[in-house]
Design a protein around this ligand. Sequence first.
Ligand SMILES: NC(=O)CC[C@H](N)C(=O)O
Length: 353
Amino acid sequence: MDAYVAMEDGRVVSARGRAPGRTRGELVFTTAYTGYEESLTDPSYEEQVLTFSYPLIGNYGVRTERFESERVHPTAAVAREFTDDVAEWLAEEGVPALDHLDTRDLVTAVRDEGAMKCGIAVGEDVTPDDARAELAACEGMSDHVDIGDQVSVGEQVVYNAGGDGATVALLDCGVKGSIVSSLVDRGATVHRFPHDTPAGAVADVDPDVLFVSNGPGDPENFGATKAVVREFAGEVSIAGICLGQQIVASALGGTTEKMTFGHRGVNQPVMDLESGRVVMTTQNHGYTVADPGPLEVTQINVNDDTPEGLESDELDVLTRQYHPEANPGPEDTLGFFDDVLGMASTRTPMLAD
Ligand SMILES: NC(=O)CC[C@H](N)C(=O)O
């Protein structure tokens, strides 16, 4: 099978086709050397073409129990070499895959010029022009204004109903399964809501914690989710991961911005500013909080000083830019979930209207 990647910088790179199809997306790379099953099923990669900088992808198979959601989310996958297991899985899912190209070149281009649009064509009779046509039709990440609808749950789902732990209202902007299980494993009852659920319906479950999930795209395209955060601020503890941190900060008066090429990998160093302790974290984001508004920056990325943790005692807010649930990645930061559920136990009851 022939395969081509047409990049926004004008280059067309040829490769070996492993799973056929034509598509487009934002070209990004992850430096993670494990966790391809989790990354490929992470909803945060929706509308992105995922390049693995680690050269051999698939050497421990494909196991559904590692999946973070029901389907593969990147529009296409690129590696130096995919095993047959992974190539067959992606073909079954209808997700184009290509290998036998110099991924160092792609990664260097994205690192130097930033995440860029690309077009992909893989098949028996595709041409470079097919990939160029896909590139011409590719929208910027922030132009995907309805991206939340593509990944959020269709209707409310309850996990651990009737449990005697904290009640968490999870606004699903594209949540990873291991975030839900990290909360349920600690005894919480989790009400998973579509990202655009009105505040009144969320209030009906009388949550101890409002939790805003990870997810794809530009946080500024999650207006309904931000409205719920504003409604609950000061009345219920609020937590968020990744997109969730960005949405919470933006809802409370802060701002967000796009990064050049973002952070995607499993060894991003994060320093806690109070203790000075540095932990290794899993990350996958292309936007960041620029101005935290009323929140305090309590943790930063050691590589580029961007905010990794935001908190407010007054508003009872605790968020992380990285992925404390790991999956893939180091488990240094799992304690975040204990801290979030700890906020619930010191909660003040919701004020009646
Ligand atoms: N993993 C995430 O939640 C990603 C957040 C957001 N879509 C970003 O790229 O910054």
